[in-house]
Design a protein around this ligand. Structure first.
Ligand code: MN
Length: 228
């Protein structure tokens, strides 16, 4: 399955299609949330070469201790690319104006695509509603999808009902272990809540994860999903 996803014009304007044929290793990484030290540890574990590619599922910033440090790391390395998370979107829309925000940060977040795709893979921050065509989704829906017919963290979650055609890599919903389904791979393992930072090795179909991190924010257990 190698189909380019079809979006509405609004989303397509923020969709980046990547050709990974000439790339080496390809990783997809979960929500970093300003946890620069966890990101540095993960990248050291991956040992990237010049041809490798790392795609982040968004929410690079907010909640953790060093959002600017994470922005600098990702912006400064052409091998690292990210979709926009709802936390970047809040800054783009002016809903929040964090004190760490610097000249150029907002423009950088605005430059981030809402969707990145390659092969049969689709990377978005939130997810997709399994009962509606991809073309009908808005930018906000792709950024915040969690439980389309449920109530937030009570579920049922979108990925429980999704059977393709794309394999969707996502963050946004915190899990105590990565979600691994045929058509959905959930990578937010809560590194800012004392969990881990997770990468998915696309070529080898395996997860790479840091040790549990320092807790920067407390989170109720009811807002951490067990994917089993
Ligand atoms: Mn997040």
């Amino acid at each position: 399955m190698n189909t380019t996803p079809q979006f509405s014009d609004d989303v397509e304007a923020h969709h980046e299609r990547l050709d990974i044929d000439s790339r080496g290793a390809v990783y997809v990484v979960g929500d970093v949330h300003g946890s620069r030290s966890a990101l540095e540890k993960l990248l050291a574990t991956l040992g990237l070469t010049d041809d490798d590619l790392v795609v982040f599922v968004g929410d690079l910033v907010r909640k953790g201790p060093d959002s600017p440090g994470v922005v600098d790391l990702v912006r400064g390395d052409p091998r690292l690319v990210s979709v926009r998370g709802n936390n970047e979107q809040k800054i783009v829309c002016g809903d929040t104006d964090p004190d760490w925000l610097r000249e150029g940060d907002r423009a950088y977040f605005e430059s981030l695509p809402v969707a990145i795709s390659f092969d049969g893979a689709l990377v978005v921050h939130g997810g997709v509603d399994p009962e509606r065509p991809l073309e009908s989704h808005t930018v906000d829906e792709l950024l915040t999808m969690r439980a389309p017919h449920g109530d937030g963290y009570d579920g049922p979650f979108w990925y429980d009902g999704y059977d393709g055609p794309h394999r969707v890599f996502f963050g946004h919903t915190v899990h105590d272990a990565p979600v691994e389904r045929e058509h959905a791979v959930g990578l937010d393992t809560g590194c800012v809540y004392g969990g881990t930072l997770t990468a998915y090795d696309y070529r080898n179909d395996e997860f790479r994860t840091t040790d549990p991190t320092t807790t920067h924010q407390e989170r109720a257990d009811s807002k951490i999903v067990n994917p089993a």
